[in-house]
Design a protein around this ligand. Sequence first.
Ligand code: TYC
Length: 110
Amino acid sequence: MSPADNPGTTTKPRTRTRQKSDTKVARPPLWKVILLNDDYTPREFVVQVLKAVFRLNESQAYRVMMTAHQKGACVIAVYTRDVAETKAKEATDLGKMNGYPLYFTTEREE
Ligand code: TYC
């Protein structure tokens, strides 16, 4: 008899199988992307790069830029290593293409 034949029961498809203890998956380590201050890059340009590369909105980008401006550096976000390094390079290259020393670095999160 299928469940549809019995009005008292319903079946729920199993969407996951139980994870076996010896096949546990580890979470990949996360890497911070850090914005460093400099004396030359215009504030508005830093904000534009943060919005374009890190998908921050205007107020998030402004706060990150001001934190780096005042403290010397600011963590923007964390990603897997590949993504963090790619975004840091893209953002640094945007500065370079426009003649600015804007610099983004990465650091493994503890
Ligand atoms: N300090 C720069 C200025 O006064 C602005 C700036 C902020 C540059 C943050 C880089 O990461 C930075 N024009």
